[in-house]
Design a protein around this ligand. Structure first.
Ligand code: ITT
Length: 204
């Protein structure tokens, strides 16, 4: 069948296409269909993912899946969290967003790796044309490094070093970041996707 990937973020779209590739599902993106970007008025990742997925499913009559994600910095009480995209400002400058995270941590004297813990969250919602939805979440824990390292990936990847690895997501190929070699996935998105795939991709 066909599926809409309800994102306007190029980095996410690339990853979601890679994750879907083995399933033989034909996917078209919200950007390619010129769908409007719904306002993210929810207060949780799950609510925002549902808003995006339902808007795309309603507009197209196709099943649609959306990712809402972010990075929670433990010493910053979970910020930027659901505001992770907004910390990059109108120019979507993630060099700036990473510097803001680093400066906030420095202001609080968080210099040791143990004070620089963070986790990424991905909430994936698939919305079906009949209006029902399914939610799958994934997380990955790690440490924030400074300066950022690597030019792969997107967003906050260059400053996030997942537990058990010597390199940041920005230094990993996308196969390594997905973590398929480890079975259930490494990145928050791959882990959420593995759950979604097990639950519903076979039905398409
Ligand atoms: P869509 O809503 O169109 O999907 P967006 O960029 O606005 O795109 P979000 O509201 O979910 O998406 O924002 C999440 C932000 O968190 C995103 O812009 C990234 O900067 C960051 N982020 C999420 N997943 C990430 C990952 O795997 N690596 C690095 N940064 C990530």
């Amino acid at each position: 069948g066909r599926l809409v990937i309800a994102t306007h973020n190029a980095g996410k779209l690339r990853e979601m296409r890679e994750l879907l590739a083995p399933f033989g599902v034909e996917a078209v993106s919200a950007g390619e269909l010129d769908l409007p970007e719904p306002e993210e008025t929810g207060t949780t990742y799950a609510e925002n993912a549902a808003l995006k997925a339902h808007a795309a499913a309603r507009a197209t009559g196709l099943p649609a899946f959306a990712d809402d994600s972010g990075i929670a910095v433990h010493a910053l009480d979970g910020a930027p969290g659901i505001f992770s995209a907004r910390w990059a400002g109108p120019g979507r400058d993630f060099g700036l967003a990473m510097r803001r995270v680093h400066e906030e941590l420095a202001r609080r004297g968080a210099e040791n790796p143990a004070d620089r813990r963070a986790h990424f969250v991905s909430a994936l919602v698939i919305a079906w044309p009949d209006g029902h939805e399914e939610l799958f979440e994934g997380r990955v824990f790690g440490t924030l490094v400074w300066p950022p390292r690597g030019d792969k990936g997107f967003g906050y990847d260059p400053m996030f070093q997942p537990d058990g690895h010597e390199r940041t997501f920005g230094e990993m190929t996308s196969d390594e970041k997905h973590g398929w070699a480890q079975g259930s996935g490494l990145s928050h998105r791959a882990r959420a996707f593995a759950r979604l795939a097990a639950a519903c991709l076979k039905r398409m």
